[in-house]
Design a protein around this ligand. Structure first.
Ligand code: NZQ
Ligand code: ZN
Length: 390
């Protein structure tokens, strides 16, 4: 096991009606003027935005609202948000939504006290030193941004989808997590979220670092819980306990718990980010296409951990060599993804003629000559993997 520090300071407030405590939480964290940020309108329609605003009013906290953040969030919204927050002297940002809203808020939070262009952080020209504080009222179990210090933003000009990772600075100070708020999710978004959280665990699980049994077992246990609970939320979208298990799994999948003490991979995410940057598909759906393709390639080239995943998570019986066991596990994984309505190839993702040259070029321009740590993938390798997704 490698040396590590683990820092996850977010205050998680989990359960029914917890959004009614948002005002109190903002006050406890020193907010005097809040900018509430939300997406395309689901929180207006559901009445959640009203409840959150009332909760701030009852604590006499003044606020402004900034709506219209789109999925696969873009830099233009971040610029607008920075200007608004500065003009209105906002000292606290509140995300009411999912990963796209939370990531936009994190970028605004870093951009407000910075004299230059916030994109400098994403282009790795500068490291954020200061940020406004932010809190979250989560409406979708997916990206895990409520418990992470990361933000992923697309620069419209050039379709550049890039991320920043901060250990401490951009972690939300609190996250309100009421599973009931996810009842209104369309099945497709629920499935995208489930796929994304599985992928977050797998990116950490596929590692050559040895002596990490605790992290492996936490990862495997969380994956098994997700796989067990997922069918229940599709059968009954208002199954509180199933929604609650899925929601907490999404946080555990991405706050670092399953990754400590080892090298992480992330090649599949980088590949997917190029797909969603160019074709604007939902991140989780893109991962449903990328991850099985990546695993299948690994079954050929570096199967040992894929075989462990097959045996321990999918209960594949130990017949044959690692490659055969790995392929059996991948089959189970693909059946699971199909059962929740996820696409398994480019055509099903709505991209009948993908421009593989462009995807490979962008990937390696943005991420370097090789990507991934479990297996270091060259341009030739990533091209082969993209080709198998057709
Ligand atoms: O915009 P509204 O109207 O709210 O609708 C949203 C949106 O259309 C809808 N939705 C959310 N909660 C709902 C709801 N609809 C009905 N009822 C509810 N309760 O769902 C759609 C998707 O929302 P979005 O915020 O985009 O989803 P998600 O949380 O999956 O975030 C995806 C973004 O996060 C990035 C992805 O790349 C993508 O841009 N990621 C961020 C990460 C991070 N910061 O650590 C890690 C991830 O790997 C990921 O890359
Ligand atoms: Zn993800």
């Amino acid at each position: 096991m490698n040396n590590f520090t683990f820092y996850s300071p977010t205050e998680f407030v989990f359960g029914k009606d917890t959004e009614l405590r948002t005002g109190k939480l903002c006050k406890e964290h020193g907010a005097t003027k809040v900018m509430i940020v939300y997406g395309g309108g689901s929180v207006v329609k559901s009445g959640l935005l009203d409840r959150v605003m009332k909760s701030l009013e009852s604590e006499n906290i003044s606020f402004i609202t900034f709506g219209g953040i789109q999925p696969n969030p873009v830099d233009t919204n971040v610029y607008e948000g920075i200007t608004l927050a500065k003009n209105e002297n906002v000292d606290f940002l509140l995300s009411v939504g999912g990963g796209s809203v939370i990531d936009t808020v994190k970028a605004i939070a870093a951009g407000v006290p910075y004299d230059g262009d916030f994109w400098d952080f994403f282009a790795l020209k500068s490291i954020p030193q200061k940020a406004l504080k932010s809190g979250v009222v989560l409406t979708i179990a997916a990206a895990g941004s409520e418990g992470s210090g990361n933000s992923v933003i697309t620069k419209v000009d050039g379709a550049l989808k890039l991320s920043i990772r901060t250990d401490k600075l951009l972690r939300p100070v609190f996250a309100v997590m009421n599973p009931e708020l996810t009842y209104t999710l369309p099945p497709f978004q629920t499935a995208c979220g489930i796929t994304d959280m599985i992928a977050h665990i797998l990116e950490r699980y596929f590692s050559n670092t040895v002596g990490v049994e605790i992290s492996d077992r936490l990862a495997e246990g969380t994956l098994m819980a997700i796989i067990e609970e997922a069918p229940k939320v599709f059968k009954n979208p208002k199954d509180y306990d199933a929604r609650a298990n899925i929601m907490w799994s999404g946080m555990i999948a991405h706050n670092g718990t399953c990754g400590v003490g080892r090298a992480e991979d992330w090649a599949s995410h980088f590949m997917e980010h190029e797909i969603s940057a160019v074709y604007d598909v939902a991140h989780g759906a893109g991962l449903a296409v990328v991850f099985p393709a990546w695993l299948t390639w690994m079954a050929d080239h570096h199967p040992f951990k894929v075989a462990q995943f097959a045996k321990r998570v999918w209960s594949v019986e130990c017949k044959g060599d690692d490659k055969q066991i790995a392929l059996e596990g991948i089959k189970c994984f693909k059946e699971f993804l199909a059962s929740i309505g996820m696409p398994l190839n480019f055509t099903e993702l709505g991209i009948p003629n993908p421009d593989i040259d462009l995807l490979v070029k962008k990937l390696h321009t943005n991420k370097g000559l090789t990507v991934g740590a479990y297996y270091s993938l060259s341009e030739k390798d990533t091209r082969e993997i993209f080709e198998t997704m057709k």
